[in-house]
Design a binder for this molecule. Structure first.
Ligand code: GTP
Ligand code: MG
Length: 195
């Protein structure tokens, strides 16, 4: 069972995946990097080391699918799911071939995921763009589609959340902060319900 995190570059997908894994009780992660050309490799990190190495300041830090196995409590038992981080989308077609291939890989993976968490940066003035609308209509054709409005710790994110709600009136939208692990209980509940 896979839970895939998608969204434009720099919205905080990698930060979320690592913080959410930590919230679920993991302090060392083994990340499987699956590249668009089929190459795959595994590496173990402490959560903090992974944060330092994998979270980006600039755009297009993540260039492939990065999967972590995590346990989610469901009733009295725990179920293992694959929590997968992906390469961020950008407006238009990127000139870098590696990024184009990584985005195509992300799009294919959407159809293979039981849960798709589509992340938006609520603190950005352009928090919903054309590519987000297109991704939403593509990903939403399957069950288990949820919008995460990230960076709610920043003051301008309140107004962003209202814009997101008005753009997607029929979608479930969960406000979160990947930085401060806010809103994670609700994300966990949705994931547990969809397993
Ligand atoms: N204030 C704030 N900053 C955040 C939050 N989540 C992520 N960031 C910052 O946003 C920037 C991008 O974070 P990443 O997790 O690398 O974003 P990404 O979506 O994985 O980006 P790509 O891999 O390029 O697609 C970093 O500077 C993070 O520290 C948050 O909840 N609040
Ligand atoms: Mg990333």
């Amino acid at each position: 069972m896979q839970c895939l995190v998608i969204g434009r570059t720099n919205v905080g997908k990698t930060a979320f995946v690592l913080s959410f894994a930590e919230y679920l009780g993991v302090n060392r992660v083994e990340i499987t990097f699956n590249y668009p050309d089929g190459f795959s490799t595994k590496q173990a990190f402490s959560i903090n080391q992974a944060r330092q190495e994998l979270i980006g300041q600039g755009p297009h830090k993540t260039r492939c699918l990065q999967a972590i196995e995590v346990q989610v409590p469901v009733g009295k038992t725990k179920k293992t799911i694959r929590l997968t981080d992906s390469s961020g989308f950008s407006e238009g077609i990127p000139s870098d071939k590696g990024i184009r291939q990584a985005i195509a890989q992300t799009l294919l993976e959407i159809k293979r995921s039981a849960i798709v968490l589509h992340m938006l940066d609520a603190a950005s003035p352009a928090c919903v763009s054309e590519v987000d609308r297109q991704i939403a209509s593509y990903a939403d054709t399957r069950g288990g589609y949820v919008i995460l409005a990230n960076k709610m710790d920043l003051p301008q994110a309140r107004a962003g959340l209202e814009r997101i709600r008005s753009q997607f009136p029929n979608q479930l939208i969960l406000p979160i902060s990947a930085l401060h692990k806010r809103g994670f209980r609700e994300v966990k509940a949705i994931v547990a319900r969809s397993i």
